[in-house]
Design a protein. Structure first.
Length: 212
């Protein structure tokens, strides 16, 4: 755990809490079941980011102040990474807390990687403490290969449940290349989704959770 309030990050996401990334209606390609294997649940960036905010927006029920913050979020992420990052903690909290249900099922995470820094820049985190939980392997513009790989087809990744840490993430970037080869083999066999092209390729993104 790090408590350095001046560390550099690329921004914040509001995502579903681990074990709660499910949508009973299966909207937006999200599963009706959470991304868990027994007690091990996926804790990366692809946990239905901004899902409840977007649902309220399209339903026309967002408070005006929150709708304006959402519009700013859209305008400030005009790249093809597919990752809409909020650049400051107070705004992220406002986007989390716009209604009671959102507070119960979601949490704020912050992200950092060299590639994200090159694409989106960095900011100094304005939070008191961050717990860095591990590393997610992501095809930018597409999805997390951990969520759509091991947590969808565990038999294609033998032994990797024990490689991941308690947060369902890679403990270090060192194993990302080996995992990627397994994902590509599983995709060729039709066991996981084949990856579309990506302008930015793959990235290993460190994921941190805000702690009090």
């Amino acid at each position: 755990m790090s408590s350095d309030a001046t560390q550099k990050i690329s921004g914040f996401l509001v995502v579903r809490k681990a074990g709660m990334d499910k949508d009973p209606e299966g909207r937006a390609f999200y599963s009706t079941q959470p991304s868990c294997l027994g007690a091990l649940c996926y804790g990366g960036i692809d946990r239905m980011p901004w899902f409840d905010l977007d649902e309220e927006f399209y339903a026309g029920t967002l408070p005006e102040r929150v709708a304006l913050l959402r519009k700013s979020l859209e305008l400030s992420n005009d790249d093809l990474t597919g990752i809409r990052l909020c650049r400051d903690g107070p705004t992220a909290h406002a986007l989390l807390e716009f209604d009671e249900r959102a507070r119960l099922v979601n949490e704020i995470v912050c992200l950092r990687s060299a590639k994200l820094a090159a694409i989106k820049g960095t900011v100094e985190s304005d939070v008191s403490a961050v717990r860095w939980d591990g590393f997610d392997l992501v095809s930018l513009g597409n999805w997390s290969l951990i969520r759509e790989g091991l947590f969808r087809s565990p038999s294609s990744f033998p032994g990797w449940e024990k490689v991941l840490n308690e947060s369902g993430l890679l403990p270090s970037p060192a194993s990302a290349d080996e995992y990627l080869l397994l994902y590509e083999a599983a995709a060729r066999s039709g066991h996981v989704e084949e990856l579309p092209g990506s302008l930015y390729g793959f990235d290993v993104i460190e994921v941190g959770r805000l702690v009090s």
